[in-house]
Every structure is written in structure tokens, then in C-alpha cells.
Design a protein around this ligand. Structure first.
Ligand SMILES: Cc1cc2nc3c(=O)[nH]c(=O)nc-3n(C[C@H](O)[C@H](O)[C@H](O)COP(=O)(O)O)c2cc1C
Length: 375
């Protein structure tokens, strides 16, 4: 049976991805920081949230259309920005851009992309939002912004939860670095996954095109300390488009981001990849919503694995949601058809959950759909 026929949920894409990818790559995608407690906590916290079924309502006209930051999307979720996506499968960045355009969903393009911005924006235009890491020095950050603007970017995602790359044990143990370090362990790993290795070598081993251009190694530990409150003010002065600040978990930070004139915040713990002691992002969300009021736009990611999780995040205060790892696993599992199928599955899942909780529109998802929060 072809891989595509084996995909029914995020566990399937993860399992198929694990089979197809060298351990080195699978662990880069799936891994998290420290003892991976924050990663587990993200998933567990979603599991503990319950939705209240409602009966006898006409739910025959369900629609997933959702507006966020003045853009109308066909579903309430998008693709989170991820670096080095082409490691999952050749041309992953371009495939995601194409699928984002066709399915009308937002796609985050990372500073650590291995594909040129021009190529991506030519395909996806407004559906791609550029994610900015600011390394030491304000100017380097603003230079990247200019490149993104020249390529056609109108929405920036400023990631603020990576002052420094974290210690991820799977990567350390596997000797993960870009370009690859080729010892015996890595050689055995790659040669026991020949399909991935041959395809990747044929299409060129991915490396970041925007950063460390002068060096031949992508230093994931490089300080990204340029994202400060001062930088935020400078960015607001220079950039007329939308700015979303990604990686906020503190109510105090969230309030200051709002008062700095940003357009939205993105509640996230980076999928547990940065601070192992961090709260699950879904647990931080309700307090941030309460502090920012009902109108301020909030995006959310970290731990979403199915349609039910999307609904739970919207009910807990998010206006829009994003998925990270499952997207790359679907690409690793079955390329573009894998991603398309996975997106359709999440959409179907959301729609079925909406029927169960008695709603026709994502606009009507609020805390009253949560069991135990009916006032
Ligand atoms: C392989 C990988 C690379 C990532 N690279 C970036 C990045 O370059 N910039 C960024 O803001 N977030 C990055 N993230 C974090 C995602 O944007 C997102 O916050 C996280 O994956 C959400 O959690 P989830 O994987 O549980 O859905 C990365 C995540 C993964 C899995």
C-alpha cells in the first residue's frame, strides 16, 4: 500500500516520516529541548481539555472560513515557520507555498529557509508571512526585513523566544549540523535510508540561504539577541505592514507587545524546543486573552495534532492556529500529496468536531464550548 493510503491522522504521518527519514533528520524535526518535558506537556494539556457536545441544532451549513489580520482564509489554521524544511523532502518550501496558495492558508517562511524568498513569494504572494530572527545587531535584522519586503512580504512574524538556540539532546547525540558532519554513525544512518539520501543529494543538500552566508556552516547556537524592546520600536517605525510577535507566554510581555503597536501576538512555546520548564502554550493562552481583551488578534501554536486541538485553541482564546511538526512529517511521509491529504484530514476533523459541539462557524467558537466553563 502506498504511504498516502496509510494516512489518517498525525500519528500516521509521524510514523511514516520516522520510517522514511534518517534518524538524524527525524530527530531534528520531532525533538525538543532538555528532557522534552515541555513537548510532552503541550500534548498532555490538550488532552486534558474537554469539549461539550451539544444536541438538536442544525449544523448542516458548516464553514471553516476564518479571518485573521484582515485576510480571509479557508480554514482556521496554517503552517508554522520552520527552518530547513527541505530536509523533510526536496522542495518542501516551494510545495508548502503552493499548497498555501491553493488551499488559501497562511504559511510561515523561516529566516532559516533554504529556498530563496523570491521563488517562494512568486508562488504564494500574500499567503506567505516572513518569520524574522534577529541576530546580534539591529542592522542585520532590518536588512533581512528589506530583503523580505523586496520579495513581496507584507506580514512579518518576529520570533522572540530564541535569544539563543537551545540544547536539544537528540541533535547533540546525533551530531546534527548543517552541512552534515559525516562520521560512521551518520554514514550508516543515511545509507540505511537510501530513498531519502539519493533524492536529497540529487536536489542539493539544503542549507540556509539568508543567514551565515559568509560561513559554510549554519551555527544554530548563534545568539539571536537582537530581538529587544528597542528593536521592536525600530521595526514598528520602519515597517508599514503587519507585525506578529511570536513566542509570547507571559501576560506582562503580551501587554507590552500590544502597547508597542504590534498587530498581533502569537502564543507559543516553540513546540517545546526552547525552554523545557515552560508552561504548555495552551495553558498560557486563556490568561493572555483575558489580559489583552476580546478584540486583539492572537495566533497560537505548540502541540496541535488534530482538528479537536484546533477547536480547543480557538475556544481558549486564539483567533488563528498553526501546526509545525505534523506538517513536515506529512511532507516526509508522502511529499505534496501527503501534505494535501493531511490538511484535508485536519479540515474534516474540525468540521466534524464543530458538528458535535453544535456550531456552523469558527467565529462562534468560544469558551462556552469547553466542558466546565459554561458559566
Ligand atoms: C523542525 C522545526 C524547525 C523550526 N524552525 C523555526 C524557525 O525557524 N522559526 C520559528 O519561529 N519557529 C520555528 N519552529 C517552531 C514552529 O514555528 C512552531 O512554533 C512549533 O513547531 C509548534 O509546535 P508543534 O510542532 O507542536 O506544532 C520550528 C519547529 C520545528 C519542528
Amino acid at each position: 500500500m502506498a504511504n498516502i493510503d496509510k494516512i489518517f491522522d498525525s500519528n500516521d504521518v509521524r510514523w511514516l516520516s520516522k520510517k522514511r527519514l534518517p534518524n538524524l533528520i527525524y530527530d531534528f524535526i520531532e525533538g525538543a529541548t532538555g528532557r522534552e518535558i515541555a513537548l510532552e506537556r503541550n500534548l498532555r494539556s490538550f488532552d486534558e481539555i474537554r469539549l461539550l457536545p451539544r444536541s438538536l441544532r442544525d449544523v448542516s451549513k458548516r464553514s471553516l472560513e476564518t479571518e485573521f489580520l484582515g485576510q480571509r482564509f479557508d480554514q482556521p489554521f496554517g503552517i508554522a515557520p520552520m527552518g530547513l524544511c527541505n530536509l523533510a523532502c526536496p522542495n518542501a518550501d516551494l510545495i508548502m507555498a503552493e499548497v498555501a496558495k491553493n488551499r488559501n492558508l497562511p504559511h510561515g517562511l523561516s529566516t532559516a529557509t533554504s529556498t530563496s524568498l523570491e521563488k517562494v513569494y512568486r508562488i504564494s504572494e500574500d499567503n506567505t508571512w516572513f518569520q524574522l530572527y534577529v541576530f546580534a545587531g539591529v542592522d542585520s535584522g532590518l536588512e533581512l526585513v528589506k530583503k523580505a519586503q523586496n520579495a513581496g512580504c507584507k506580514t512579518l512574524i518576529l520570533t522572540v523566544d530564541v535569544p539563543q538556540g537551545s540544547r536539544r539532546m537528540r541533535e547533540l547525540r546525533n551530531g546534527f549540523q548543517v552541512p552534515f558532519k559525516m562520521g560512521l554513525k551518520q554514514f550508516i544512518d543515511l545509507s540505511t535510508h537510501p530513498l531519502w539520501s539519493l533524492k536529497t543529494i540529487a536536489s542539493g543538500i539544503p542549507k540556509p540561504v539568508l543567514i551565515n552566508e559568509s560561513e559554510d556552516r549554519f551555527d544554530r547556537k548563534a545568539l539571536r539577541v537582537g530581538a529587544t524592546w528597542d528593536f521592536l520600536d525600530k521595526l514598528r517605525d520602519k515597517w508599514n505592514g503587519k507585525i506578529i510577535v511570536k513566542g509570547v507566554l507571559s501576560v506582562e510581555d503580551a501587554k507590552r507587545v500590544k502597547s508597542s503597536g504590534m498587530d498581533a501576538i502569537w502564543v507559543s512555546n516553540h513546540g517545546g524546543r526552547q525552554l523545557d520548564g515552560a508552561p504548555a502554550a495552551i495553558d498560557a493562552l486563556p490568561n493572555i486573552r483575558a489580559a489583552l481583551g476580546s478584540e486583539f488578534p492572537i495566533a497560537f501554536d505548540s502541540g496541535i495534532r488534530d482538528g479537536s486541538d484546533v477547536v480547543k485553541a480557538l475556544a481558549s482564546g486564539a483567533n488563528f492556529t498553526f501546526l509545525g511538526r505534523p506538517i513536515l512529517h506529512s511532507l516526509a511521509a508522502a511529499g505534496k500529496p501527503g501534505l494535501e491529504k493531511f490538511i484535508s484530514i485536519i479540515c474534516e476533523d474540525i468540521s466534524v468536531v464543530m458538528a458535535q459541539i453544535g456550531l456552523n462557524s469558527t467565529k462562534d467558537i468560544n469558551s462556552l464550548v469547553l466542558f466546565g466553563d459554561q458559566g
